[in-house]
Design a binder for this molecule. Sequence first.
Ligand SMILES: [Zn+2]
Length: 74
Amino acid sequence: MAVVRNIVKTFRIETSAGERKCHVSKDHIIKPGEQHFAYEETPGHRLNVCMQCAPAILEKAKKHIEDIIEEIKK
Ligand SMILES: [Zn+2]
């Protein structure tokens, strides 16, 4: 059987090495040593999202994937 690739492997929880701005809201600051969500929209370009904004962005991605799975089943 073919190996199933993980197409969202750029989705990660990381520990911030330095102070970062949240990509969702520029008013949110991710402090050094704080955990945050990170992903790549374009390869090699990481986007940082604070833990406050991460659940909503992941829920939206989940809904998108679920909708596509439903489409495939039809
Ligand atoms: Zn945020």
